[in-house]
Design a protein around this ligand. Structure first.
Ligand SMILES: NC(=O)C1=CN([C@@H]2O[C@H](COP(=O)(O)OP(=O)(O)OC[C@H]3O[C@@H](n4cnc5c(N)ncnc54)[C@H](OP(=O)(O)O)[C@@H]3O)[C@@H](O)[C@H]2O)C=CC1
Ligand SMILES: CC(C)(CO)C(=O)C(=O)O
Length: 307
C-alpha cells in the first residue's frame, strides 16, 4: 500500500517505520528542516527497545505529488489545518485519511478537506519520543482503535486495519470509536496540563489528595460535556482507566510537559481541556477547572514568549 505519514515527529516516525518494515511504500512528510535533512542524510534511526536504521523517504508536504492509498495524520493538533492544505494535491478520489491525534474536534477540521467516505477517526495508546532530528525512541507496545465516520465505509476500513496489523500496530475496528477518543482525552486532560504546570511526573502529581480532587473534577467536566454532545461516557469506568494509566505511566513526563517545559513549544491545550471548556460554554455547562487550566497553560505560553 502507498502511505504518506502527514506529520513525522515521534509518532509519525513510529508508524512510518513499522509500516515501511512491513513492506509498504511509505513517505514521511514534515516541515522540520533539521529532521528532514538528518533522515535524508543518515536514514531514520530507531532506538529504545530495538536499534535499527532505515532509508525511508521524507519531504516537505507540498513537495508530495503522487496520490496515496492512505494518509495517516500525526501532526500536533494546531498544525492540522495547514497540513491538510499542504497535502491537497495527493488526496485522490479513494485516498483514505486516518486521524490518530490526541484531543477533540479534529473530525470537524478534516471534513473541510476530505470527503466523509474517506475519513477514519481513531485513537492510539502507542507512544514514541524523539531523541533529536532523525532519531526516534520507540519503547513498549500499544494499540489503535479506528472507525470510518461513514457507516458504509466499514468494509474499506477493514482493509486498512489489515495493513496496519501486518505492521504489528495492533489495530481493532471499533463500531463506536468516539467514546474511546473521549476516554483518551480524559487521560490527557487530567495529566498533560497538570504535570506541565506543576513540572512533575504523572506519579508525582497523582500522589496527593489535592491533586486527585483536580483529577476527579476534570473527569466530571469532560463527562458532563461529552454526554451533552451525545457521547455515552461512564464516569466510573473512565476514572478507573485514568487511574490505571497514571499508575502504568507514573515515571513519565506527559507530552505537554515535553512541549512546554522541556522544549518551549506551543501545546495542544486548546484541543483537550480548552475544547471541553469551549463546548461547555456553548451548551451552558460550567467547566471552571478546564477553563482555569487552559488559561494557566496559555499564560505560561505567554511567559515563555511562544504564544
Ligand atoms: N508522542 C506520543 O507518545 C503520543 C502522541 N500522540 C499524539 O500524536 C500527535 C503527534 O504527536 P508527536 O508525534 O508526539 O509530536 P512531535 O512533537 O514529535 O511532532 C509533531 C510535529 O512537531 C514538529 N516538531 C517536533 N519536534 C520539533 C522540534 N524539536 N523542532 C521543530 N519542530 C518540531 C514537527 O512538525 P513541523 O516541523 O511540521 O512543525 C513534527 O511533525 C499529537 O496529537 C500527540 O498528542 C498520541 C499518542 C502518543
Ligand atoms: C503519557 C500519556 C498517556 C498521558 O498524558 C500521554 O498520552 C501523553 O504523554 O501525551
Amino acid at each position: 500500500m502507498f502511505i504518506y505519514i502527514a506529520g513525522s515527529g515521534a509518532m509519525g516516525c513510529r508508524f512510518g517505520y513499522q509500516l515501511f518494515k512491513a513492506g509498504n511504500k511509505v513517505v514521511l512528510l514534515d516541515k522540520w528542516e533539521d529532521h528532514i535533512q538528518a533522515i535524508k542524510k543518515n536514514g531514520l534511526t530507531i532506538t529504545g527497545d530495538k536499534e535499527d536504521n532505515v532509508k525511508i523517504p521524507i519531504m516537505h508536504p507540498e513537495e508530495a505529488t503522487e496520490p496515496a492509498d492512505l494518509i495517516i495524520l500525526f501532526t500536533k493538533a494546531m498544525q492540522l489545518p495547514a497540513m491538510l492544505k499542504d497535502i491537497e494535491q495527493v488526496i485522490g478520489e479513494n485516498t483514505k485519511v486516518l486521524c490518530l491525534l490526541n484531543g477533540l474536534g479534529h473530525e470537524d477540521v478534516i471534513k473541510q478537506y476530505i470527503p466523509e467516505k474517506n475519513i477514519l477517526m481513531g485513537v492510539t495508546v502507542w507512544t514514541a519520543g524523539l531523541q533529536g532530528p532523525g532519531v526516534a525512541i520507540l519503547k513498549a507496545t500499544g494499540s489503535v482503535n479506528l472507525q470510518s465516520i461513514d457507516p458504509n465505509g466499514e468494509k474499506e476500513a477493514e482493509k486498512i486495519v489489515d495493513v496496519l496489523n501486518q505492521a504489528g500496530l495492533n489495530v481493532t475496528y471499533d463500531k463506536d470509536v468516539v467514546p474511546s477518543i473521549w476516554r483518551k482525552a480524559c487521560v490527557n486532560g487530567t495529566m498533560n496540563s497538570t504535570c506541565a504546570l506543576e513540572d512533575c511526573t504523572i506519579g508525582e502529581f497523582f500522589a496527593s489528595e489535592d491533586a486527585l480532587k483536580v483529577v476527579h473534577t476534570i473527569i466530571h467536566e469532560f463527562v458532563e460535556v461529552g454526554q451533552a454532545t451525545g457521547v455515552t461516557l461512564d464516569e466510573k469506568a473512565i476514572t478507573d482507566y485514568v487511574m490505571h494509566t497514571a499508575e502504568v505511566a507514573a515515571e513519565h513526563y506527559p507530552s505537554m510537559h515535553q512541549d512546554l517545559v522541556q522544549n518551549h513549544r506551543l501545546t495542544e491545550i486548546d484541543y483537550i481541556n480548552g475544547a471541553v471548556a469551549r463546548k461547555g460554554d456553548e451548551l451552558g455547562i460550567p467547566t471552571p477547572y478546564c477553563h482555569m487550566i487552559t488559561e494557566l497553560v496559555h499564560a505560561k505560553e505567554h511567559v515563555l514568549g511562544i504564544r
